[in-house]
Design a protein around this ligand. Structure first.
Ligand code: NDP
Ligand code: GDR
Length: 325
């Protein structure tokens, strides 16, 4: 029997890798896409010709579209990856962030519950829910979000747990620490740094403006994390999991790894710009993914320094091609 998956956020970093993974496992993949005046499908363009991929217009702020899609697709697995995912932007658009990242989850869970369809549900939860609670953080660590984004995601985490307990839905919350790739959005710090390094190396610019360099993050590699999402839904029982590498690096460390990879000194190029600081910061996130290792056999193998190198190489290649045109 062909398994059908429904992915919100399929045009994002994780959605694109997850779509590839599920197609490689012979799933029929249905993705939610937002209508925009420009095409926003660059990350999944290469999958366009695959007949098993189906894209549908909809939005997490539009409950009707979600109900109709769940009813029509009858998915076996639903991955809710759609979100306004930028922490800094959530301070500027708190209400929209709550509507998409908190109430959007409720809308989707209600669509599933009301349809009566027996499917498994994955919620894209985040280490930002731990916020001010010091590391190491695991599934039992107290939550203390520090942004409208973190607070909205915490609502989604708890409502996912509630739908599991109240309606016996196979619903799982994956608490993922930062994960990156060459497909990472350009305004997140790792990608901003690796794009900046590429631009400096190729002579396009000579400076890179950043905010807080002291923040500690646990950066892993996105393709490994989408494999973890899938494994969570194949597990015998629904339970929540942290995915993380277990190692922390500062933003400064990431700069050092990225610049030195191409023979540059970050101190010669990085300048501080207050506009990239947040009203409240999350100082340190370092995850303990022992539960995922024990129950899912999942372990991160790509760490921050490897990521910095592979992302710099990808950005130099991509920018180089653009310049040559
Ligand atoms: P991206 O920002 O790359 O992608 C977000 C996706 O959500 C895009 O497809 C976007 O569509 C879609 N989206 C945004 N708003 C809406 C909306 N109102 N209705 C429907 N879809 C919407 O995020 P990532 O791929 O990095 O992350 C995936 C999920 O995992 C997110 O929920 C994020 O919050 C969460 N997360 C991410 C982590 C990370 O380190 N990457 C860590 C922990 C959690 P469009 O392309 O049209 O903008
Ligand atoms: P984060 O990722 O907030 O952890 O959320 P981001 O890359 O935006 O910030 C990481 C840290 O870097 C500091 N920083 C800067 N950040 C950005 N974006 N731009 C800058 O110029 C800059 N300078 C310093 C930040 O202050 C922060 O401390 C990501 C998102 O993917 C979320 O959706 C996800 O839930 C979490 O990771 C886990």
């Amino acid at each position: 029997m062909t398994r059908r998956a429904f992915i919100t956020g399929i045009t994002g970093q994780d959605g694109s890798y997850l779509a590839e993974l599920l197609l490689s496992k012979d799933y029929e993949v249905h993705g939610l896409v937002r209508r925009a005046s420009t095409l926003n499908r660059g990350r999944i363009d290469h999958l366009h010709a695959d007949q098993r991929l189906h894209l549908h217009y909809g939005d997490l702020t539009d409950g009707v579209s979600l109900s109709n899609l769940v009813r029509d697709i009858e998915p076996h697995e639903v991955y809710n990856l759609g979100a306004q995912s930028h922490v800094k932007v959530s301070f500027e658009m708190p209400e929209y962030t709550a509507s998409t990242d908190a109430v959007g989850t409720l809308r989707l869970l209600e669509a599933i519950r009301a349809s009566g369809i027996d499917c498994r549900y994955y919620q894209a939860s985040t280490s930002e829910m731990f916020g001010a609670t010091p590391p190491p953080q695991h599934e039992g660590t107290a939550f203390y979000p520090r942004s409208p984004y973190g607070a909205a995601k915490l609502y989604s985490h708890w409502v996912t747990v509630n739908y599991r307990e109240a309606y016996d839905l196979f619903a799982v919350s994956g608490i993922l620490f930062n994960h990156e790739s060459p497909r990472r959005g350009e305004s997140f710090v790792t990608r901003k740094i690796t794009l900046g390094v590429a631009a400096i190396k190729l002579g396009v610019t000579d400076r890179l403006e950043l905010g807080n360099l002291d923040a500690v993050r646990d950066w892993g590699y996105a393709p490994e994390y989408v494999e973890g999402m899938w494994r969570m839904l194949q597990h015998d029982t629904p339970t929540d999991f942290v995915l993380a590498t277990g190692t922390g690096r500062t933003v400064r460390d990431f700069c050092e790894a990225a610049f030195s990879h191409v023979g540059l000194r970050w101190e010669d190029h990085v300048v501080h710009d207050k506009q990239y600081e947040r009203p409240t910061e999350v100082d340190a996130l370092i995850g303990d993914a022992s539960k995922a290792r024990e129950l899912l056999g999942w372990e991160a193998t790509t760490h921050a320094d490897d990521l910095a190198r592979l992302m710099v190489d990808a950005d130099i290649e991509q920018l180089g091609r653009l310049i040559d045109r």
